[in-house]
Design a binder for this molecule. Structure first.
Ligand code: VAH
Length: 321
């Protein structure tokens, strides 16, 4: 099935944790030649090397305009972003990439009449004043990380472009995403990926969060499923645009350790909380995603047990091959 009139889909940040798995799924659905891999500093590897790609620096609007014109782009999945930890280390870069970059994408979408834009948000939009249990769709958003601030700004900017210019931009407040294909970079939830590599390779992990730090998480297949489901939902069914809450499950490092030990009984964990604990403490523990479930049928496939089993089996094969 090809995209309408063989129009093309551009994925910015395509070599990142989510992009590396979204691109193959979009190619499976719409055809290899209809998905344009947007590349900046991190070069594509493995299957991402197949198919068309283009240099995209989201801070340089001309690169976006050129790509849209040269490839006749009809849809953009805008994944290029600086995450929470990397953002605290360089808040100025985080603002440029996450806000100015999103502004450039929205401006090109407005000028070139792009049909649809996906621009992810994050549970990082919530801060310490937000109810942390069953966090609602509409609530206080006073994040203290620059990442969270850029994501609140992004949500508001995207909704403005939808209401003012009819740009069909959609987004999800992603929880922590766990994947077995590409290591994440610069996130507070990265422990939930690192721990699997350390458990399999070294049977020991030093965790940078306290054992009882509960955070909302999602397995990558469900992240990809929720993203494509939202983009393929008829606009008339959407009561929100840039910022649907979505979730799958929540767990603490202690919960995750107990699940991994079922597969690796000799696995040991040590807790050495660091500066990332303060970020995690400001985020929700569980998310209310009833609007996503009611408006467009969201329903995750993986729970904690199924995710751990799949991660252990997949990574064990990858590491021991
Ligand atoms: C981070 N993985 O840790 C990202 C995500 C909700 C967490 O936004 O920064």
């Amino acid at each position: 099935m090809s995209v309408k009139n063989n129009k093309k889909i551009l994925v910015t940040g395509a070599t990142g944790q989510i992009g590396s798995e979204l691109v193959p799924e979009l190619r499976r659905i719409y055809g290899l030649d209809n998905i344009i891999v947007g590349v900046h500093k991190k070069k594509p590897v493995n299957d991402l090397l197949e198919g068309p790609s283009v240099y995209i620096d989201v801070v340089n609007k001309k690169t976006i305009e050129t790509a849209v014109e040269n490839f006749d782009i009809d849809t953009i999945y805008h994944l290029a972003a600086i995450l929470s930890v990397a953002g605290e280390n360089d808040p100025w870069l985080a603002w440029k990439i996450n806000v100015e970059g999103t502004y450039n994408i929205l401006e090109v979408a407005r000028e070139k009449k792009i049909s649809k834009i996906f621009c992810p948000s994050s549970i990082a939009v919530f801060g310490s004043e937000t109810p942390r249990v069953n966090t609602p769709q509409n609530t206080v958003m006073q994040p203290r990380t620059i990442y969270g601030i850029t994501k609140v700004t992004g949500e508001l900017l995207c909704n403005y472009y939808f209401n003012k210019f009819n740009v069909d931009v959609r987004g999800l407040r992603y929880p922590g995403i766990i994947s077995n294909k590409t290591l994440p970079g610069g996130g507070t939830t990265d422990y939930a990926v690192e721990i699997f590599y350390e458990a399999i390779q070294n049977k020991k992990y030093v965790c940078f969060l306290e054992p009882n730090t509960i955070l909302p998480m999602m397995y990558m297949p469900d992240c990809i499923k929720s993203t494509i489901m939202l983009m393929n939902t008829d606009l008339s069914k959407l009561n929100y645009h840039s910022n649907y809450n979505v979730s799958a499950f929540s767990f603490s490092p202690e919960n995750l350790y107990d699940e991994i030990k079922k597969f690796i009984p000799t696995f040991e964990i040590i807790y050495k909380p660091d500066y990332r604990q303060k970020i995690a403490n400001s985020w929700p523990q569980t998310i209310n995603d009833s609007d996503a479930r009611n408006d467009w049928g969201w329903n995750p496939d993986f729970n904690l047990t199924k995710m751990v089993e799949d991660m252990i089996i997949t990574l064990s094969k990858k590491i021991n091959s």
